[in-house]
Ligand binder design. Structure first.
Ligand code: ADP
Ligand code: MG
Length: 572
C-alpha cells in the first residue's frame, strides 16, 4: 500500500488511545479538570463500569461561552502559554488533550457556565465530530457526561477489563484523590448506588477513615519532614502490625498528583526493614511537595509517572521520615478495658500529641477505640522486671510506666530473628555440627526449594548437601537455634507455608530466617523459670524492634499505671 496521511478521525482516535486507556482514565482526566477549576464539590456518576456512562459535575469556575469550542480542540489549554511554563507546572492538566481525546472516542456532552457569565453553554462531541454550542440555563460550574466509551474503536472496546475491575479502579482513584484533597467534597455513585462520599472538612484522618475503615486509619502514624526546605513530605504510614499482602496500598502524591514510582515505594519499604515479615507490605498515603522545577510531570501520557531532578535526595528524605515515625511513635498496643471490665466512657483517651484532633464525634470515637499510647521516652523498651508467667504463654512484667504482658513465643521469635540477621549481616553465623549427619527426604516441591536455596541456607548456618533425589544430608545447623530437632528446623525453612505467605521468592535470607526462628522459638505452653523469663525480657529490650515479631504480630501489650488507677477508681 502507498503511504497516505490518515484521515483526521482515525489519527485522533489513535492519539486518544494514548490518553484514554480505560474508563478510569476518563474519570481521572475529568476529575483533574474539576480540581484545576477550583471546585469545592465534585460528584461522579458511573454506569456499566464506565463504558455506559461517566458523568462528572463540579462547582468550579466553568468555561466562558467563547472558549467552549476551544476546550474540546486538541492541544488547546488555558493552563500553559509557552514551552517554559512546562518547567513549572502547577496544575494537574497542561496538555490540552483530555477533552479532545474523550470526545474522539465517546459521545460527550458538556454543560458549563463561567462564574462571570449569566448563562451557560451546552456542546456535544460525538466520535470527534464537534456540534454547535447552544445557550442553556445552568448554575456556575461544569458537567461533562460521557457515554459509550470506544463505541467507534471496537478493538479498544473488546480489550477492556470486566466492569467490576473498572469499578474498582474508579473507586480506588476517587478515594485516593479524596484523601489528597480533603477540603473538597467528593461523591461517587456507581450503578445507581452511592458508594463513597467525603465530607470536604479538610481533615485527612477523617477521609482516611472513610477509605480504610476507622480502626486502620486511627492506627496510622503521621510523618512529617522539616529538615529540607526544598522537599516537604507529610502523610501517614501504617504501624508494622497493620500490613497487607501487596504494595498497592502505598499511595504517593507529588504536588497534588497521584503518581506511581518504584523508587518512592522502595524508600518506604526500606524504612520498614526488619519490621515486617518479607512478603508483607505497609500502607501509606504520602504527600510530597517539591518545587515544580524539580520534577518533570510530562513523562507519561496518563501523567501517572514523574521524574525527579534529584531522586536520591528524595529517596533518603522520605526513607528517614518514615523510619523516624516508625521508631519514634510505634505504639505498644494498650489493653482494651472496655466492655466487661469497665465502662468505656471513664477511660482517658491517650492520643499522640501531634495528631490532629477532630471535633467530629465519630472521629473521636475511632481514636478512643484504637487506644494508642504515647510514644515511650526515647522509644526504647523500659527496663522490665519479670513478675511471672500466665498460662505458660505470657510473661507478666513490670516497667517504670505500668504493666506489660509479653507473648513469650512472639518475643523469642523476634530475639532469634534479630540475632540471626545481625550475624548474617556481619557474615558470621555460627554453625553447630550434628554428631551424626542426618538424612532428610522432602516432597518434590519442597526439595526444589531446598535445592534453589542451598547457598542461602549455608549462609544462615545450615550445612547441607544433595544426597539423591529429593534427599539431602544435614551436617550442621545455626548454633543460635540449638540442635534439639535439626530435621524439623530444616523442614520449617521450606515447608508448610502459611496461607498468606508466598513461597520463598525474594529476600530469601530474611524469609528463611523468619521461618526457622519461628520454629526454634520457645513455644506457648512452655513453663519458664523466673531466670529464663528475665533473660527473655532482657534480650527483647536489646532488639531494635521489640514490639512486633518478624511476622508482624505484637510481642507485648501495655497497661499503664494511669489506666490501672482509673480502673480501680483512684482517679477521676
Ligand atoms: P488541560 O486540562 O490539559 O488544559 P483538557 O482537554 O482537559 O486540557 O481541558 C481543556 C481546557 O478546558 C482546560 O484548559 C480548561 O480551560 C477547560 N476545562 C476543562 N474542564 C473544565 C472544568 N471542569 N471546569 C473549567 N474548565 C474546564
Ligand atoms: Mg485536563
Amino acid at each position: 500500500m502507498p503511504i497516505r496521511v490518515l484521515p483526521d478521525e482515525v489519527s485522533s482516535a489513535i492519539a486518544a488511545g494514548e490518553v484514554i486507556e480505560r474508563p478510569a482514565s476518563v474519570v481521572r482526566e475529568l476529575v483533574e479538570n474539576s480540581l484545576d477549576a477550583g471546585a469545592s464539590e465534585i460528584s461522579i456518576r458511573v454506569e456499566g463500569g464506565g463504558r455506559g456512562l461517566i458523568e462528572v459535575i463540579d462547582d468550579g469556575e466553568g468555561i466562558p461561552k467563547d472558549e467552549v469550542i476551544l476546550a474540546v480542540a486538541r492541544y488547546a489549554t488555558s493552563k500553559l502559554q509557552n514551552a517554559q511554563d512546562l518547567q513549572s507546572i502547577q496544575t494537574l492538566g497542561f496538555r490540552g488533550e483530555a477533552l479532545a481525546s474523550i470526545g474522539a472516542v465517546t459521545r460527550m456532552e458538556i454543560e458549563t457556565r463561567s462564574r462571570d457569565e449569566p448563562i451557560g453553554t451546552c456542546l456535544c462531541v460525538e466520535g470527534g465530530k464537534v456540534g454547535t454550542p447552544s445557550a442553556i440555563g445552568t448554575s456556575p460550574g461544569s458537567m461533562v457526561r460521557v457515554k459509550d466509551l470506544f463505541f467507534n474503536v471496537p478493538a479498544r472496546r473488546e480489550f477492556l477489563k470486566s466492569e467490576r475491575t473498572e469499578r474498582q479502579k474508579i473507586s480506588e482513584f476517587v478515594s485516593r484523590y479524596a484523601m489528597a484533597y480533603a477540603q473538597i467534597q467528593f461523591s461517587l455513585e456507581l450503578e445507581g448506588k452511592q458508594r463513597f462520599q467525603s465530607t470536604g472538612s479538610g481533615n485527612i484522618r477523617e477521609t482516611l477513615a472513610k477509605v480504610f475503615g476507622s480502626e486502620t486509619a486511627a492506627s496510622f502514624l503521621q510523618i512529617q519532614t522539616m529538615e529540607n526546605s526544598r522537599i516537604n513530605i507529610h502523610g501517614y504510614v501504617s504501624p508494622p502490625v497493620v500490613n497487607r499482602g501487596t504494595r498497592r496500598e502505598l499511595t504517593f502524591f507529588v504536588n497534588g498528583r497521584w503518581v506511581r514510582d518504584a523508587s518512592l515505594n522502595a524508600a518506604v519499604l526500606q524504612a520498614y526493614h526488619g519490621l515486617l515479615m518479607v512478603g508483607r507490605f505497609p500502607m501509606a498515603v504520602i504527600f510530597l511537595e517539591i518545587s515544580p522545577s524539580d520534577v518533570d510531570v510530562n513523562v507519561h501520557p496518563g501523567k501517572t509517572e514523574v521524574r525527579f531532578r534529584e531522586p536520591d535526595l528524595i529517596f533518603s528524605v522520605l526513607q528517614r521520615a518514615v523510619r523516624a515515625a516508625l521508631i519514634g511513635q510505634s505504639p505498644v498496643p494498650g489493653v482494651e478495658l472496655g466492655g466487661r471490665w469497665g465502662s468505656q466512657s471513664d477511660q482517658k483517651i491517650m492520643v499522640n500529641p501531634d495528631w490532629q484532633l477532630s471535633n467530629d464525634p465519630a472521629v473521636q470515637g475511632m481514636e478512643s477505640r484504637a487506644r494508642l499510647q504515647p510514644a515511650l521516652a526515647g522509644s526504647t523498651v523500659p527496663l522490665l522486671r519479670a513478675v511471672g508467667q500466665i498460662g505458660a504463654s505470657y510473661l507478666v512484667a513490670e516497667g517504670p510506666d505500668g504493666l506489660y504482658l509479653v507473648d513469650q513465643h512472639a518475643a523469642h521469635e523476634r530475639i532469634l530473628f534479630d540475632e540471626m540477621m545481625l550475624a548474617h549481616e556481619d557474615g558470621n553465623i555460627e554453625s553447630q555440627r550434628l554428631l551424626e549427619p542426618l538424612t532428610v527426604e522432602f516432597q518434590p516441591g519442597s526439595s526444589t526449594i531446598v535445592d534453589e536455596n542451598i547457598s542461602i541456607l549455608g549462609e544462615l548456618g545450615f550445612e547441607i548437601e544433595p544426597f539423591g533425589e529429593h534427599v539431602f544430608r544435614l551436617r550442621a545447623v545455626p548454633a543460635l537455634l540449638g540442635i534439639r530437632d535439626p530435621e524439623r528446623l530444616l523442614r520449617s525453612a521450606v515447608e508448610d507455608f502459611e496461607e498468606d505467605e508466598a513461597p520463598l521468592k525474594d529476600e530469601h535470607e530474611a524469609r528463611i530466617a523468619a521461618r526457622v526462628c519461628k520454629r526454634a522459638a520457645i513455644k506457648s505452653g512452655q513453663v519458664l523459670s523466673l531466670e529464663e523469663q528475665q533473660k527473655l525480657l532482657r534480650d527483647l529490650e536489646k532488639c531494635s524492634v521489640h514490639r512486633s515479631c518478624p511476622h508482624g504480630r505484637p510481642t507485648m501489650i501495655h497497661l499503664s499505671v494511669d489506666a490501672l488507677e482509673r480502673q480501680f477508681g483512684r482517679r477521676g
